[in-house]
Ligand binder design. Structure first.
Ligand SMILES: [Zn+2]
Length: 115
Protein backbone atom coordinates (compact mmCIF):
# COMPACT_ATOMS: atom_id res chain seq x y z
CA UNK A 1 0.00 0.00 0.00
CA UNK A 2 1.40 3.41 -0.92
CA UNK A 3 2.08 6.16 1.61
CA UNK A 4 -0.76 8.36 0.42
CA UNK A 5 -3.39 5.64 0.79
CA UNK A 6 -2.04 4.65 4.18
CA UNK A 7 -2.22 8.24 5.34
CA UNK A 8 -5.88 8.40 4.29
CA UNK A 9 -6.60 5.14 6.08
CA UNK A 10 -4.98 6.46 9.24
CA UNK A 11 -7.14 9.57 9.11
CA UNK A 12 -10.24 7.41 8.71
CA UNK A 13 -9.24 5.30 11.70
CA UNK A 14 -8.50 8.34 13.87
CA UNK A 15 -11.91 9.72 12.95
CA UNK A 16 -13.64 6.41 13.70
CA UNK A 17 -11.95 6.25 17.07
CA UNK A 18 -12.87 9.77 18.14
CA UNK A 19 -16.46 9.30 16.92
CA UNK A 20 -16.78 6.09 18.92
CA UNK A 21 -15.33 7.68 22.03
CA UNK A 22 -17.59 10.68 21.65
CA UNK A 23 -20.68 8.46 21.29
CA UNK A 24 -19.59 6.51 24.33
CA UNK A 25 -19.33 9.70 26.39
CA UNK A 26 -22.77 10.84 25.27
CA UNK A 27 -24.35 7.47 25.98
CA UNK A 28 -22.97 7.35 29.50
CA UNK A 29 -25.43 10.10 30.30
CA UNK A 30 -28.34 8.26 28.69
CA UNK A 31 -27.29 4.90 30.11
CA UNK A 32 -27.42 5.99 33.72
CA UNK A 33 -29.77 3.92 35.87
CA UNK A 34 -33.25 5.22 35.42
CA UNK A 35 -34.81 6.59 38.54
CA UNK A 36 -38.50 6.74 37.98
CA UNK A 37 -41.16 8.22 40.14
CA UNK A 38 -43.54 5.28 40.63
CA UNK A 39 -46.43 7.54 41.40
CA UNK A 40 -46.20 9.28 38.06
CA UNK A 41 -45.25 6.56 35.62
CA UNK A 42 -47.03 3.30 34.95
CA UNK A 43 -45.52 -0.11 34.36
CA UNK A 44 -45.44 0.32 30.58
CA UNK A 45 -43.21 3.36 30.58
CA UNK A 46 -41.03 1.74 33.21
CA UNK A 47 -40.52 -1.18 30.84
CA UNK A 48 -39.88 1.26 28.01
CA UNK A 49 -37.18 2.90 30.05
CA UNK A 50 -35.60 -0.44 30.88
CA UNK A 51 -35.71 -1.46 27.23
CA UNK A 52 -34.10 1.81 26.17
CA UNK A 53 -31.40 1.23 28.73
CA UNK A 54 -30.80 -2.28 27.43
CA UNK A 55 -30.49 -0.92 23.91
CA UNK A 56 -27.99 1.67 25.11
CA UNK A 57 -25.95 -1.10 26.73
CA UNK A 58 -25.99 -3.17 23.54
CA UNK A 59 -24.88 -0.17 21.50
CA UNK A 60 -22.09 0.49 23.97
CA UNK A 61 -20.93 -3.12 23.73
CA UNK A 62 -20.83 -2.86 19.92
CA UNK A 63 -18.87 0.39 20.15
CA UNK A 64 -16.30 -1.25 22.41
CA UNK A 65 -15.84 -4.12 19.96
CA UNK A 66 -15.45 -1.61 17.16
CA UNK A 67 -12.85 0.30 19.18
CA UNK A 68 -10.84 -2.89 19.62
CA UNK A 69 -10.95 -3.42 15.85
CA UNK A 70 -9.71 0.15 15.31
CA UNK A 71 -6.87 -0.39 17.79
CA UNK A 72 -5.94 -3.63 16.04
CA UNK A 73 -5.83 -1.81 12.71
CA UNK A 74 -3.42 0.77 14.19
CA UNK A 75 -1.25 -2.07 15.47
CA UNK A 76 -1.18 -3.70 12.05
CA UNK A 77 -0.22 -0.37 10.49
CA UNK A 78 2.65 0.01 12.96
CA UNK A 79 3.91 -3.50 12.35
CA UNK A 80 3.60 -3.16 8.57
CA UNK A 81 0.98 -5.90 8.31
CA UNK A 82 -1.87 -3.62 7.44
CA UNK A 83 -3.72 -4.18 4.19
CA UNK A 84 -2.89 -7.87 3.89
CA UNK A 85 -5.59 -10.47 4.25
CA UNK A 86 -5.27 -12.57 7.42
CA UNK A 87 -6.73 -15.50 5.52
CA UNK A 88 -4.76 -15.69 2.27
CA UNK A 89 -2.04 -13.03 2.69
CA UNK A 90 -3.15 -11.22 -0.47
CA UNK A 91 -3.68 -7.46 -0.59
CA UNK A 92 -7.08 -6.33 0.63
CA UNK A 93 -8.66 -4.08 -2.02
CA UNK A 94 -8.13 -0.43 -1.14
CA UNK A 95 -11.78 0.28 -1.92
CA UNK A 96 -12.77 -2.22 0.71
CA UNK A 97 -10.44 -0.66 3.27
CA UNK A 98 -11.78 2.79 2.51
CA UNK A 99 -15.29 1.58 3.31
CA UNK A 100 -14.17 -0.26 6.44
CA UNK A 101 -10.57 0.47 7.46
CA UNK A 102 -10.80 -2.24 10.13
CA UNK A 103 -11.23 -5.00 7.51
CA UNK A 104 -8.84 -7.86 8.18
CA UNK A 105 -9.81 -10.10 5.27
CA UNK A 106 -10.13 -9.71 1.53
CA UNK A 107 -13.57 -9.96 0.02
CA UNK A 108 -13.10 -13.62 -1.05
CA UNK A 109 -12.03 -14.77 2.42
CA UNK A 110 -14.71 -12.65 4.11
CA UNK A 111 -17.35 -14.30 1.94
CA UNK A 112 -16.00 -17.74 2.75
CA UNK A 113 -16.30 -16.93 6.45
CA UNK A 114 -19.84 -15.78 5.89
CA UNK A 115 -19.54 -12.09 6.54
ZN1 LIG B 1 -8.06 -13.41 1.64
Amino acid sequence: MDEKALKQIKLLLVKMKSDLQEQEETSKEIGKPVELDQTKVGRISRMDAMQAQQMALDASRRRKLQLVKVENAFQRINSGEYGYCLGCDEDIALRRLMVDPTSTHCIECAEKMGN
